[in-house]
Design a protein around this ligand. Structure first.
Ligand SMILES: Nc1ncnc2c1ncn2[C@@H]1O[C@H](COP(=O)(O)OP(=O)(O)O)[C@@H](O)[C@H]1O
Ligand SMILES: [Mg+2]
Length: 352
């Protein structure tokens, strides 16, 4: 839905849009990928070569009897990845685009990877004096080998409630809120289904604040928004399945009701965190404000946030005076700017 919104809003007087789809098996599709992904129609297989000499989308023709052939479909000037989760938002596809030598919207390899990994992200925050909630990290092998020791340790150090999370995922998949020992054991095993590493966090009675940040070296922050989930927490169902207007639907509040000092503190932390992970282009920075003591905690940076017209990221910019179409223009300009900056750097050492 985000990709369709972006394609619909791009100014066709300025841009020629070449849609590329990726199906659940990781195959790239050209032609009308949206129809193929949503309606099951046949699409053309496509690919991109990790060769900076050819910035072209290639059509891939394969048959049982003939050798595979590649033919260029179109030259690509810039790629706008609108992909969530593993392989889309974690630096892997960004790495391919680096090798292909094509400018792309959004964070580079490191910013994407750190934004995706909840444990590494927290380490980077801590070393930059940005507050995060108390937390622990376990491997799923640890969990399989010494569960009762781990449960004891979490109970002693974090107490209840805690949140158990796969370290490297998103969209609330595999996340549980745990209120007791049995519950916690189930949450750990659930997280272990999705990742080799499990993050356990102290549960905060917190307000969920979100800031849209945009830019490369000098990022700017939007006004602050708030998500108010009506379920136990902002889970997958609340994010993607809740029927609009139903009692499960979360509320988006723009601007969040904060004092000017609180709002300034949130925006400053958002920009600081964005720079700390070397984010680029865009990022939606999510924080929690503890209702009990007023403390602010950094939660995460989403390097490819939801991008429909009713998603928080574009709505925050709209409320800050940047329309959806202008936002797309600026993100594309930032992609080209970063590519230019990078192409001036030496990639080999010639001696002196
Ligand atoms: N430590 C915590 N305290 C309170 N609520 C939390 C905590 N961690 C996560 N949550 C709830 O779970 C949701 C999803 O967690 P989050 O870390 O943002 O994962 P994701 O990357 O999947 O969005 C949050 O939006 C919030 O509602
Ligand atoms: Mg989140």
């Amino acid at each position: 839905m985000s990709a369709q919104s972006v394609m619909d809003a791009l100014d066709r007087a300025k841009y020629e849009v070449i849609p590329i789809g990726i199906d659940k098996n990781g195959r790239w599709l050209s032609g009308d990928p949206m129809a193929a992904l949503t309606g099951g129609q046949q699409a053309e297989a496509a690919t991109l070569l990790p060769d900076p000499q050819s910035a072209a989308l290639m059509r891939l023709e394969q048959s049982e009897t003939q050798p595979a052939t590649l033919s260029a479909v179109a030259e690509l000037d810039v790629i706008f990845p609108v992909l969530h989760g593993t392989y889309g938002e974690d630096g892997t596809v960004q790495g391919l685009l680096e090798l292909a030598g094509i400018p792309y919207v959004g964070a580079g390899v490191v910013g994407s990877a750190v934004g995706m990994d909840k444990a590494i992200f927290k380490h980077v925050m801590v070393s930059n004096d940005i507050p995060v909630v108390p937390w622990k990290l376990y491997t799923s092998k640890d969990w399989a080998q010494r569960p009762s020791l781990i449960l004891d340790e979490i109970e002693a150090e974090l107490g209840y409630p805690v949140f158990t999370k796969p370290a490297n995922l998103g969209s609330s998949v595999g996340i549980s809120k745990c209120n007791g020992r049995d519950n916690l054991a189930r949450g750990m095993s659930e997280a272990a289904r999705y990742d080799r590493r499990i993050v356990v966090e102290k549960g905060i009675n917190g307000r969920e604040l979100e800031v849209a940040v945009m830019g490369n070296e000098n990022p700017e922050a939007s006004i602050v928004g708030e998500i108010r989930p009506r379920r136990a927490f902002y889970d997958y169902f609340a994010k993607y399945m809740a029927v609009p207007g139903s009692e499960d639907e979360s509320e988006l509040i723009i601007p969040a009701a904060l004092t000017p000092e609180q709002s300034d503190a949130v925006r400053a932390l958002a920009v600081q965190a964005y720079k700390a992970i070397d984010c680029g282009g865009l990022g939606r920075v999510d924080l929690m404000l503890d209702r009990d003591n007023g403390n602010l905690y950094m939660n995460e940076i989403n390097t490819i946030p939801g991008f429909t017209r009713i998603s928080m990221y574009p709505k925050l910019w709209e409320a800050s005076g940047v329309s959806y179409a202008e936002l797309l223009d600026r993100l594309i300009d930032l992609a080209l700017e970063r590519y230019e900056d990078k192409s001036r750097l030496s990639t080999s050492f010639e001696g002196s």
